[in-house]
Design a protein around this ligand. Structure first.
Ligand SMILES: O=C(O)CCC(=O)C(=O)O
Ligand SMILES: [Fe+2]
Length: 249
């Protein structure tokens, strides 16, 4: 599914919105200009101090045990990150999908270093109320090839299938789709869609997420994340439901 969006090309917003609601995700290649992606990528590497040389620093690698390291650049006033937020085509597409009165939540850069596990299957927020969800607007400033790892996997249509099945092992799903993020790509992902990120085997992997939500969604909708084995609440750093205990009883 390749849709060129450089300067003269136009998108059929209505058709894309329909596709998003059918599949629970949408992939648009070449949505952002290379120059903007290069600017973002340098700022990201500058923030994480991640030059290839630094990655060879064994002490740093051994001491850090975080699988995904977040950064909220707009909260720190890094104005360059407003450009994607204000991107007219992105705003139009968001509006078509979420309707009037949608709002931006926050932008978050996620950095994964070599040898980390990526992210297990999850839903960004509980699916019990189908009207309450976040939408991820994922921006990729680098190519993420199978050699690097960190591929994004999504289960097509799963935003309509309720809660991610509980299990103590990694699963494959019938309708899972592997996305290979490319520099300039935009991926829109419904927060109830089952998704994961594969382990990072290359130097590092970076993605940037502009989260937003439809009108009426509580601001803390992404505070509780649903994994196969638990529900986890970030604000209190606590497992709020052990799903495996439930699954076996
Ligand atoms: O980085 C990605 O490709 C997906 C990250 C993710 O799961 C999220 O932002 O909710
Ligand atoms: Fe997620």
């Amino acid at each position: 599914m390749t849709i060129k969006t450089t300067s003269s090309a136009s998108l059929n917003i209505e058709a894309l919105s329909k596709q998003f609601w059918e599949d629970g995700f949408l992939v648009l290649e070449n949505f952002f200009d290379d120059s903007l992606m290069d600017q973002y990528h340098s700022l990201i590497l500058e923030h994480f101090g991640n030059t290839p040389e630094f990655l060879h620093n064994e002490e740093f690698l051994n001491k850090s045990d975080t699988e995904v390291i977040p950064w909220f650049p707009q909260r720190e006033g890094v104005e360059a990150f407003d450009t994607v937020e204000k991107h007219p085509m992105l705003q139009a597409l968001t509006q078509a999908i979420l309707g009037q009165g949608w709002n931006s939540q926050y932008s978050m850069v996620m950095f994964s270093k070599q040898g980390t596990k990526g992210q297990a299957w999850h839903q960004d927020c509980p699916p019990e109320n189908r009207d309450h969800f976040n939408m991820n607007r994922l921006v990729y400033t680098m190519d993420v090839s199978p050699e690097i790892g960190g591929l994004t996997m999504v289960v097509k249509g799963s935003h309509k299938q309720g809660v991610l099945p509980a299990s103590d092992r990694d699963e494959t799903f019938e309708n899972e789709v592997v996305l290979e993020p490319k520099k300039g790509m935009l991926v829109l992902l419904h927060g109830h869609t089952w998704h994961r990120v594969t382990p990072v085997v290359g130097d590092y992997r970076v993605s940037t997420n502009y989260r937003c939500a439809p009108k009426g969604t509580p601001d803390d909708i992404t505070d509780i994340c649903v994994y196969r084995n638990m529900r986890y609440q970030f604000s209190v750093s606590r497992v709020v439901e052990d799903r495996l205990a439930k699954a076996v009883s």
